[in-house]
Every structure is written in C-alpha cells, then in structure tokens.
Design a protein around this ligand. Structure first.
Ligand SMILES: [Mn+2]
Length: 329
C-alpha cells in the first residue's frame, strides 16, 4: 500500500478525545456517507460512544442500505464537542453546518483546498488534517486512518468503505482507479463487503419514476463543438413526481457521447436557477470552468450554480467550455 503520511497529531486527537462530530457534505453521495459511517464504526470499536454523525441533507434513498445509516443525523449537537471531523469536503459551508462548536477541528478529504485556505478562519484553527487530493476517495483515506489506528475492518465498515471507493471511481472505471484502490477493494471484499449486493443497491434499484425522468431529460440531449449536454427542468420533475436526487447521475449520459470532450448537465432547481454538473473525458480541467462560476470540484468532475434563463446560462457556460477546449489543443 502506498504511504500516505498520517500525522501523529491526528492520531492523538482521535485517540485522546471523547466526543466527536463527523460531518460529510451537502448533497451527499456514497463517498461522504460511507466514509463518515466507517470512521464512526471504527472509533466506536475503540470504546468511543459519543459520536454524532451529520449530513445536512440526510442519507439519500439509494444509500439507506449502508450499515448503520440510521446513525446519520441532520441536526448538530448543542454542546461543544472535543473534535469536529469534516469529511469528503474542506469548508464548513460545504458541510452545511456553521454552528458546530468544537475544541478541535480536523479535515479528512481528497479535494484540493480552496485558494485562500491559508487565510480562512477554519484553516487557521485547524488542529490536524488528512488531505490528499491524489486519493480517489475519502474512503481510501479512512481505510488508511483505521489501519494506522490498528482498528480491524469488519464487514459493516468494509461495506461502507467499498461503497465509498466504488462510487468515487465510477465503479472502478475512472482514471483514478489504481492498483491501490483495487487492492483496497480486495481487502474490503475479504473483510466481508459483497460487491454484487452493493452494486444492486446502488445501480440496479432505480425507482421507476426516476427512469421516467431520465426519459424526459434524455430527449434534450444535444451536442456541439466537443460539448454534449442535457437538461432537467422543474416541469419534468413535477410531471414525474421526482426531486433533484433522482437526477444524480444524469451527467453520465452526455459524457457517454463519443463526440463529447466535456459533458454538462443542467438541473433547474428554481425558476432561472440552474445547478450544473460538468464532466471531462480527461483533456479539459472542468474544475477551472466551475471555479470561474463560483463552483468547484475535481479535474474531471465539478459543479456550480448559475442564475439566468436556460438560454443565457448555456450561452455563458458553453463560451467558457469552448475556450478551454481551444486552449487545450
Ligand atoms: Mn469523495
């Protein structure tokens, strides 16, 4: 296994304190929920009972099968806790909780810290961190952390961690799939994670109404100049009785288009407010594009929010994408 430096300070904070809040990010997916659950189960094994798991948007329906998903709460504790652990994101804003009071704050994450990180209040008072943008999933960092803490990984932890890594590597297909992520998966399967059971829950249990929504949205699929895109309007959500959660992986469809270098999915959240998901096939840094609109993410997967009519929003975004494609040539 590749060496990731885990500071003794971090290990001390985790072993010498009693009360913890572990928070994932808003709009959580498998990596966020799987990571916080696995870490909590691990810490519980060492006798720690006072662990409060937080996800502002709760646990999405397709992740409710994760062992101990019921532990995840949407409201923070009122009392000051010893340690706040921010997982799979790197700002308090992303967790959706500004009100958590903690004596120590720790970040465990695989996103690139914000440019102004050094000046932000959070980073100034950060007690320790395990931040590795090269890690394919936060779940991989949790795996290493549990190993460093000598906590054996049981079946429940393995199921959570396998899910985290599976989701963030796109089912072990994305370019972040490495010997290390596969080796970890191998350990996790040996520890009791069941690949087909997890796959079935994640990818073969889509509600009928979500597939109907996909049908409406797919009808908007279009392409031009190396960009492929697709839209889901409020009207479509209304017609099918679905919510934004049902369109979680829709950006995969424009990404599948052979002619696309960049894929964009436009999701209308409110009238003239669009949430964008951007994907790259590997040449274009879509994080930069998302950044220019106040969003963020990774090189190959990023997101942002824009106001305006669909026409105006698309015009603005396509201009940026076209520029990026041109510069990459
Ligand atoms: Mn992640």
């Amino acid at each position: 296994m590749k060496k990731t430096k885990i500071s003794s300070k971090l290990l001390n904070i985790l072993t010498r304190n009693k009360s913890f809040v572990i928070a994932g990010h808003i709009n959580p997916e498998g990596d966020a929920i799987g990571s916080i659950l696995a870490l909590a189960l691990g810490l519980k094994k060492t006798g720690r009972k006072n662990i409060h798991l937080l996800s502002r948007d709760g646990v999405p329906a397709n992740l409710k099968f994760l062992p101990y998903a019921g532990l995840v709460k949407q409201l923070p504790p009122k009392k000051t806790v010893d340690v706040l652990i921010i997982a799979d994101c790197n700002t308090l804003e992303r967790t959706g909780f500004r009100e958590v009071k903690a004596k120590n704050t720790v970040i465990i994450d695989h996103h690139i810290p914000p440019d102004n990180a050094g000046e932000s209040e959070l980073y100034k008072k950060l007690s320790a961190g395990l931040i590795d943008p090269k890690a394919a999933a936060t779940g991989m960092l949790i795996f290493k952390l549990l190993t460093a803490l000598n906590i054996p990984i049981d079946k429940d932890m393995a199921t959570n961690l396998y899910t985290a890594i599976l989701v963030d590597t796109g089912g072990f297909r994305y370019s972040n799939t490495s010997p290390e992520s596969l080796r970890m998966a191998c350990h996790l399967v040996e520890a009791g994670a069941r690949p087909w059971d997890i796959t079935k829950e994640l990818y073969e249990s889509i509600p009928y109404k979500s597939v109907k929504l996909l049908g409406l949205s797919l009808a908007t699929l279009d392409k031009k100049d190396g960009i492929a895109w697709m839209t889901a309007t409020r009207d479509m959500f209304k017609k099918t009785g679905t919510t934004s959660e049902d369109s979680e992986d829709f950006v995969d469809y424009p990404r599948k288009v052979k002619e696309s270098e960049v894929a964009v999915f436009f999701r209308e959240d409110e009238k003239d407010v669009f949430k964008l998901s951007l994907r790259s096939k590997g040449k274009i840094d879509v994080q930069k594009i998302a950044n220019s609109f106040g969003g963020g993410g990774h090189f190959a997967a990023a997101g942002c929010k824009l106001k305006g009519t669909l026409r105006d929003v698309q015009k603005k975004v396509f201009a940026e994408v076209r520029k990026a494609i041109k510069n990459a040539k």
